[in-house]
Structures are given as structure tokens and as C-alpha cells.
Design a protein around this ligand. Structure first.
Ligand code: ACK
Length: 886
């Protein structure tokens, strides 16, 4: 309906039938015999409805020029599509902007027409960012034979969605290809956001991604089938964290629906700190079996717990001491001179020592039991037991419990629970004894603990196991504590050791040991930058309170993961968090308390090294490339010093920032290799990235820093050849065989001799002969300081390479013109060379610039590249004398 035929007289509106004889409506033009055609067909004004990116699907047929008698000279097989954006209908044809030239995948001939085969072409183009209310499309014919069958204009949108009790409106995506539009959801009726408003991200493909946060039913309601239903009578729901309405606990009731708490039955009570699911309780009955032991002017009182605790665990005892006045004059409170040990009220033990009473005097003690709700139960009659005693009237044979209570404690062992994981250097702690008000205790057994350079721990809670008494306190233990930290802060030489997260029974503990938990509200997800093994990789700013905003990469864990997947995902953070080096990707923290689970790392603007090099083929100086290699070697030196073996070192696992700094990334265990698309199964069942892996690691899984050095050599080769695939299209099996037979990758084009030498050293069969990473860093530093050492280039025409360690001659040569052209990235000319009669390297070696032009190499840059290589080839042929395959 949008096509306007009025604008043109040349394009004709024609009713036709398709191959199924169904009527179709087309616009056709076919001025193939006439010169200078410029025929326009434009649409009516199309409203964007707010879409910033629209898609245009064209269906058309196009006549094959060869099938037109005599028309070949002027006939075209393409047409152009244009657009023009405007806020109103006013059409200015001169303002059209070209979208693309459209060619047919299938054109048809007269013969096809006879057969009624339509050969309908479908082409889709996208258009954006659009900023105005609407636009026109136009089709320009320059002399083709076209029938435009349909033009479908559409945009994609994320549909209305209800997820986790939050509604997300239908949303139009952003205009840029990888952009994400963040949408805050609205909680459905009777629900509230849990911690933060729920958010989702609308992708350009019209898909909802990366859900964050959620809504939960408000108290008094529970979630049933995606909506919030009120709690029934007798049920309640108080906390957002609990899911369903619960039955009221004992001695409580909910008389109406929608209860957020239950109220206590008469005679039962609750205090504020009682959890909502706790039963209502009442005051206790009185203490039982009270006895007294008099010793001079002291009396020791002891009793048993009450029969009825009222349903609570917080029973305490209060003592009321009264002196019996002589001559029946009644009772008098004991006054401040009488001492109670440990105290008079709020006793948690069932005994008390009362001292400094008057001699030869009658006393009456009231023992009262109370609990947390006694204060509330004013009408509850208090239950006492009374004990009457007379001082100086008892024997001395009862146990002296006071002395016992103040006895000397002996710490028998101290365990530094948490920190025993930091297995580094054993450390002898001096002998320890504890001190109470009563004096010093005995020395402890000698003990030993091991500590870590990562100690950040201060405070007493980590230390347990010191015996202590109820009266004496454990004041001295905190001083032990301080010493533990003091010693932990001392640096031990050579203790930077990587800790395998497997040493932790609970992987979550390992994550939080090494990674900071980040609140998701500090992160904004702005765009998707790639697909990781576990979910999207996104980027956006991280704003930690009190810190400057930084750009971060956000790896997410897809919804619906298993516990094992979550563990594997966070594994990487447990490893990365232990490293701190400028050439190792830095972990900012993890998000595990909300969903999705995320790993936050520094953002590397240029993405992974292999893609980056391919994109910038030939753009860097040798010094820049060596600088990148130096960085990678330095990161690897750090990892090997830490005792960490990477196992998957490859350019795809190196990230590059805007300053061309390369950082090693992708830390996981061997099982993480399962997810590397380069990893292939070996005969022994493990998955290994064959092309990057040392022979001993492939053959018998001997992964060491020396096998990482082999991989480093391959990375050097990838870097110097700007992201070429190692061993090109050879199969994995062929690679294993070739390496076994001492074949090594040839030096990349324009690679300095010194660097190729280093690569070959990394690929020594005997792993102890390979250089160590510190030697590699050292050598690269030397080369950088002395750039003339990088001048001597390695020719790709070296036919013999003596592999020093294996003693076998390693033959590297070009067999065919095709291989040679491929090696200098001019493979596209192979066919032209063949057609021009240059099918052997001998004939190629004779070629001049003129010959090159004649075969069809027209670009000056390509001519130069090929001629330079031919000149080298000639030098080499003269040098070797034996024309090995050349
Ligand atoms: O080659 P790339 O752009 O770089 O595509 C992959 C993708 O995410 C999947 O891993 C990119 N990527 C991963 N981590 C980061 C990071 N820290 N900074 C920038 N890009 C990253 C990687």
C-alpha cells in the first residue's frame, strides 16, 4: 500500500500471477534497450512509530541481461534503494540517501519465463538510526528489467512480558547493532521490588536479555501462578524473603485474611525480637529444688530450672535478699554491702554466691524465675521459692565453687579456622597462656599455624578453642588474636602461591575469599560485547561508592543454570581474584547475591587479541608487536611464579586495551577447556586445543609452565602473522603428526629472525630445553632496547631448518604457486596466475611488473608485495643452488 505509482510514469503497475497462479500486484520497469535510464519509484510516507532501526525486505525478479537479444550493452542487473527521513509528508526528492545497490541472487531467462518459474529474490536491508517521524523509500532503476513484487517494512520490538512478578512493556530496541535498552519493570498488583527495582534489557533483535532483580508479593500475600494471592485465615506471611503464607505458630491466630503476623492467644506473649514463626510464649514457673550452703557469713544458693519454661530458652533468675529483723519486727532488704557473685539479677546459671552477710543473722532469700515475656505478663502471678538461712551455722564441707569458678584456664589449642587454607610457610607461634582476674593459666600445648600474605583479618571471632571459665572471661585471647594478625602481615619471601579453589570444601567460600561482592545497583549494563561460555558478556560503567567510575566487562551466568555450572562459572573468579599484575585481567568483583550471577572485570576496549590483529592486518610496527608479546610474557612469568599453569594460552584468550596493553585472561581448569571451541578430544579422552599445546601435554597431559611456554611460542606466531590460524587448515591429526615428525611452523612473513628463533626455542621437543618465561621477558626487553636486532627479517623461502634439539632436518618450503601466494596473503590471484600460464614457481621467479599487470594484478600495493616476494625468491634460488621445489 505504501508504493506510490503517481510519482513515476516509467514504472508500471501490473497485475500478475505467481508460480501458483495466485494474483500478485507488481511494479515493473524494463528499459534495457535505451541509454541513460533513471527511473524512480517511491513509496508513500512511512511512519516509524518510534523505531530507530527498521528492516526492509524486498521481493523482486530480475531479468538476466544475457537472455535479452541485443540488450547487453545498456542492460543492468541491479537497482538502487534510497531513503529520505522527514518529520512531515513534504517530499524533497533531491534529499534521498542511498541505502544500497540491490543485485539478484537469481535472475531469469526467457526459458524460465516459459516454464513459469519466477525465481523470486528476497533481500533484506536494515536502516538506522532513524531520528524523524517517518521516511520515504525510493527505488532507482538505471536500465534493468525488474519486477518489484513486495516491499515489507518492519521493525523489531521486545514484546510485553511478565517475569518474576514484574511487567515489562513492549519496547522498541536501540538503533545500534549491539545496543541494549534497559527497561525497569513494574511490579504486579500486591507485589514489591525485592532490594531493587527489576530490570531487563531489550536487544536489537527484539529479545529480552539479562534480567536483574525481581518483585515479590508484599507481606500478607503469596505468589500463586504468577500473581499475588491473599493469605487465608489462620495463615500469615511477614517477610519478603519467605515465599508462601505459613500457618500461624502455636498459641497464635490470624482471624482475617492477608495477615502479616499472627496475634497471641490470651495469656501468651511475644517480644519484638522473637521471629515471626516462633510460637507465642508465657512466663516460667518458679525455680525448683532450691538448697543453700552456709559458710561463715557467705551462703551459696543453688536450684534447678523451672518445670515450665513458658516455651522460651531465655529463662533468667533474680534473687531478693532480706534480713529477718529480731523480735519478729519483720523483714528488711539486705542493702548494698552484701555481695552477689556473679550478680543478683539476670542470672543465667542456677547458682549464686552471696557474701558479706552479717554474722549470726537470719536471712530469707526469694528466688524468682523470669523470661523474655515476664515483663509483658503483668497479670501473671510471679512464682518464687523462698530459702531461709542463718549465717555461721553450717559446716564447711560443701564444694568451694567460687574457687572453682575462678580457676585458671588453660588454652589447649587455638585454631585459626578460616585461615588454615592459606597454606604457605608454617609458622611457630610462641607459647600461649590465658589470663583471668584470678591470674595466669598454664601454658598451652605448642602449636603451629600457617598464614598468608593476604591476611586482612582482624578481630577475635576467628579464634576458638581456648578454654575459658564463666567468671574469668577470656580477655587475654584477644591479645593472642592481635598477634596472629601482626604475624600475618609480615611478608614471607617467595610465598606468592596460587591456591587451588578445590582446596575449599565450599566453592562459595573460595569465591568470597578472593573476590569482592559487588552490589548490582553499582553496575549498569549498557551493551553486549560477546557471547561467553555461560552467558552474554556485557559492558558498562561500575560506580563503587567513593571510587571513580570505571568501565567494566560483565560476564553473566545464564538463567536456568545447574549448581555445577554456577560453581564452574565462579571458579574463574576464585582464580582471577588471586592475581594482581598489569598483564593479567583484573577482577573487580562478583555479583552472587542477586541474579544473574556476574563476574566483573576491567574493560578491555580492543577485545581479544586474535580478532584485533586480524582487523588491523599489517598496521603495527615490529616494536609495537614485540611490546604486546613482552606484556603477555610478563603476565605469564607472574602466573608461573605463582605456580599457576594456564593450559589454554592462545591469542583468543588475550585481551587488548586502548593502549595496546595485552592481558592474559580466561582462567579455568582443564574442564573449562571443554568450552573452548578450539579444544578437541584427544585419544585419551580429554579436550585439548591441539594447535596451541605442547606434544607432552597432548600425549600424556603433562601440563606445566613449560607447556605454557610452547603455547606462548604459538601466540608469538599468531601475533607476528596478524592472527593467522596456526597450521592453517591442516587437520588436528595432521598437526599432531607433523609436530611429532619435527615439523614446525615456518616464520611468518616479515618476522624478525630473532623472534622466529625464540618461537622455535619455545617449540623444543624436550621441555626442559625450552626457555623460561623470565628468560623470554629478558630477551624481549633486550630486543626492544636494541631495535636494530629486529631488522634482520626471516625469508619465507628458507627451505631447510635445522631443529637443534631433535637433530632432524625440518623442511619448510613452498611447493606450489598457490601456497606461495597464500603465504603472502595474495591467494586471491592464484587462478589468474594459472590462467596466465604461471603455474610453477620457476616461471613465477622470472615475472616482471609488466607480467603481473598482464595477468590482472592491478592494485599497486599488491603488485609491490608480490614483486618484493619474487625478488626474495630469486635471491633464495641463487643461494641454495639446489632449486628445492622452487
Ligand atoms: O573478541 P571480543 O570482542 O573480546 O569478544 C569476546 C567476547 O567478550 C566473549 O568473550 C569479549 N570480552 C571478554 N572479556 C572482556 C573484557 N574484559 N573487556 C572487553 N571485552 C571482553 C571478548
Amino acid at each position: 500500500d505504501y508504493i506510490s505509482s503517481k510519482s513515476t510514469l516509467i514504472w508500471e503497475e501490473i497485475g500478475e500471477v505467481d508460480e501458483n497462479y495466485a494474483p500478485i500486484h507488481t511494479y515493473q520497469v524494463c528499459r534495457v534497450m535505451e541509454q541513460n535510464q533513471n527511473n524512480w519509484l517511491h513509496t508513500n510516507w512511512i511512519l516509524t512509530e518510534g523505531a530507530q532501526r527498521v528492516f526492509i525486505e524486498l521481493k523482486f525478479t530480475l531479468r538476466d541481461c544475457n537472455s535479452l537479444p541485443g540488450g547487453v550493452g545498456t542492460c543492468k542487473e541491479t537497482f538502487n534503494m534510497y531513503y529520505y527521513e522527514t518529520n512531515d509528508r513534504a517530499l524533497k526528492e533531491s534529499r534521498y540517501i542511498k541505502i544500497d545497490t540491490i543485485a539478484a541472487d537469481e535472475s531469469f531467462t526467457e526459458l524460465d519465463l516459459g516454464d513459469r518459474v519466477m525465481k523470486l529474490n528476497t533481500e533484506v536491508r536494515d536502516l538506522g538510526p532513524l531520528t524523524r517521524k517517518g521516511f520515504y523509500l525510493a527505488f532507482q532503476d538505471l536500465g534493468a528489467c525488474i519486477a518489484l513484487v513486495s516491499v515489507r517494512v518492519f521493525y523489531k520490538r521486545c514484546p510485553f512480558l511478565v517475569k518474576s512478578l514484574a511487567e515489562f512493556p513492549g519496547t522498541i530496541p536501540g538503533s545500534e547493532a549491539s545496543q541494549l535498552v534497559e527497561v525497569v519493570g513494574r511490579c504486579v498488583n500486591n507485589s514489591l521490588p525485592l532490594y531493587e527495582p527489576p530490570r531487563m534489557h531489550c536487544s536489537t533483535e527484539g529479545e529480552w536479555l539479562v534480567p536483574i532483580g525481581k518483585c515479590v508479593c508484599q507481606p500478607g500475600f503469596e505468589e500463586i501462578n504468577g500473581s499475588c494471592q491473599v493469605c487465608k485465615v489462620g495463615f500469615y506471611r511477614s517477610l519478603l524473603e519467605s515465599l508462601a503464607c505459613s500457618k500461624c505458630p502455636p498459641h497464635s491466630v490470624a482471624r482475617q485474611t492477608g495477615a502479616t503476623a499472627c496475634s497471641c492467644e490470651d495469656g501468651f506473649y511475644k517480644i519484638e525480637s522473637d521471629p515471626p514463626n516462633m510460637a507465642c510464649t508465657r512466663p516460667p514457673s518458679g525455680p525448683r529444688n532450691a538448697i543453700s550452703n552456709v559458710n561463715e557469713t557467705s551462703v551459696f544458693l543453688e536450684w534447678s530450672i523451672p518445670m515450665e519454661t513458658g516455651g522460651r530458652k531465655d529463662v533468667r533468675y533474680n534473687i531478693l535478699c532480706r534480713r529477718v529483723l529480731p523480735d519478729g519486727r519483720g523483714l528488711e532488704e539486705c542493702g548494698p554491702n552484701v555481695r552477689f557473685l556473679p550478680r543478683r539479677v539476670g542470672l543465667s546459671n542456677t547458682s549464686v554466691m552471696v557474701a558479706d552477710l552479717q554474722s549470726h543473722t537470719n536471712y530469707s532469700f526469694l528466688l524468682e524465675a523470669v523470661n523474655g515475656v515476664s515483663e509483658l505478663a503483668k497479670d501473671h502471678t510471679k512464682q518464687y521459692v523462698t530459702l531461709n538461712v542463718t549465717t555461721n551455722q553450717a559446716g564447711t564441707s560443701h564444694p568451694d565453687l567460687l574457687q572453682s569458678a575462678a580457676g585458671l584456664p588453660t588454652p589447649t589449642a587455638i585454631t585459626v579456622n578460616h585461615y588454615t587454607h592459606f597454606v604457605t610457610t608454617p609458622f611457630h607461634f610462641p607459647d600461649v597462656r590465658a589470663r583471668t582476674s584470678a591470674g595466669y593459666g598454664a601454658f598451652s600445648r605448642r602449636f603451629e599455624f600457617q598464614t598468608s600474605p593476604y591476611c586482612e583479618y582482624i578481630g577475635g571471632t576467628q579464634i576458638g578453642g581456648a578454654t575459658h571459665d564463666p567468671l574469668g572471661g577470656i580477655a587475654s585471647v584477644s591479645s593472642i588474636d592481635a598477634r596472629v594478625c601482626f604475624f600475618s602481615a609480615v611478608k614471607f619471601p617467595g610465598v606468592r602461591t596460587y591456591i587451588d579453589p578445590l582446596t575449599y570444601e565450599d566453592p562459595n567460600q573460595a569465591v568470597h575469599e578472593f573476590a569482592q561482592e559487588i552490589d548490582v545497583s553499582f553496575i549498569s549494563i549498557e551493551r553486549i560485547i560477546g557471547a561467553g561460555e555461560f552467558g552474554e558478556v556485557c559492558s558498562g560503567p561500575l560506580r563503587l561508592p567513593g571510587k571513580r567510575e570505571i568501565q567494566v566487562a560483565i560476564k553473566t551466568l545464564k538463567a536456568g543454570y545447574t549448581e555445577q555450572q554456577r560453581r564452574d562459572f565462579l571458579w574463574e573468579a576464585s582464580i582471577m581474584g588471586q592475581f594482581n599484575h598489569p598483564n593479567i585481567i583484573r577482577l573487580e568483583g562478583v555479583v552472587t547475591k542477586s541474579k544473574p550471577v556476574m563476574i566483573i572485570t576491567e574493560y578491555m576496549e580492543n577485545g581479544s587479541l586474535d580478532t584485533f590483529l586480524k582487523k588491523n592486518d599489517g598496521q603495527f610496527t615490529v616494536i609495537q608487536l614485540v611490546g604486546m608479546l613482552r606484556g603477555i610474557a610478563s603476565g605469564m612469568r607472574y602466573l608461573s611464579d605463582m605456580g599457576y599453569v594456564h593450559r589454554d594460552l592462545a591469542a583468543r584468550n588475550i585481551l587488548v586495551n586502548s593502549n595496546l596493553v595485552c592481558k592474559v585472561s580466561d582462567f579455568g581448569l582443564s574442564r573449562v577447556l571443554e568450552d573452548d571451541p578450539e579444544a578437541a578430544y584427544t585419544t585419551r579422552g580429554g579436550k585439548i586445543p591441539i594447535r596451541w599445546t605442547a606434544p607432552e601435554a597432548i600425549a600424556y597431559r603433562k601440563f606445566t609452565s613449560a607447556s605454557d611456554v610452547w603455547s606462548y611460542g604459538i601466540v608469538m606466531w599468531e601475533v607476528m602473522s596478524y592472527g593467522e590460524r596456526p597450521y592453517w587448515e591442516m587437520s588436528n591429526q595432521d598437526v599432531i603428526k607433523a609436530v611429532e615428525e619435527s615439523y614446525r611452523l615456518p616464520g611468518p612473513m616479515d618476522c624478525p629472525e630473532a623472534l622466529y628463533h625464540l618461537m622455535m626455542d619455545c617449540w623444543q621437543r624436550e621441555r626442559s630445553n625450552r626457555p623460561k618465561f623470565d628468560e623470554i621477558v629478558c630477551l624481549l626487553d633486550k630486543l626492544i632496547r636494541n631495535p636494530s636486532s629486529l631488522k634482520k627479517l626471516r625469508s619465507p623461502f628458507v627451505t631447510l631448518h635445522l631443529c637443534s634439539s631433535c637433530g632432524v632436518e625440518n623442511i619448510v618450503s613452498y611447493q606450489t604457486v598457490g601456497e606461495w601466494l597464500d603465504s603472502i596473503k595474495m591467494g586471491r590471484y592464484t587462478e589468474l596466475f594459472m590462467e596466465g600460464g604461471y603455474s610453477s614457481l620457476e616461471t613465477v621467479a622470472q615475472m616482471t611488473s609488466e607480467d603481473l599487470r598482464r595477468v590482472g594484478v592491478n592494485l599497486a600495493g599488491h603488485q609491490k608485495k608480490i614483486i618484493t616476494s619474487i625478488q626474495e625468491m630469486r635471491v633464495h634460488m641463487n643461494n641454495t643452488n639446489s632449486a628445492v621445489n622452487i
